[in-house]
Design a protein. Structure first.
Length: 83
């Protein structure tokens, strides 16, 4: 199971690799032409826009693990009661 998960993660990483080379040349040049204060503001803006989706995904994945653990415990309890 762990090897399958590792292979899936590796495949997703390879699939997403071309996205890192998709930087917009016009946006990059425009950002470099601004003042250092504006560049810092752009960097902070990117972080601010990144935080909500990452936190929501973390919460949902955590809730999924908690739910799965509770379900597995319930199934184990039912199996021990049957035997």
């Amino acid at each position: 199971m762990k090897s399958r998960l590792a292979m899936l993660g590796f495949a997703v990483a390879l699939w997403a690799a071309p996205a890192f080379g998709q930087g917009c040349a016009m946006c990059y040049t425009s950002a470099l032409g601004t003042t250092p204060k504006s560049q810092k503001a752009l960097s902070k803006g990117v972080v601010v826009l990144l935080v909500p989706p990452v936190s929501m995904m973390s919460i949902l994945i955590g809730a999924g693990f908690v739910y799965a653990r509770k379900r597995d415990q319930r199934v184990e309890e039912e199996e021990t009661q049957i035997v």
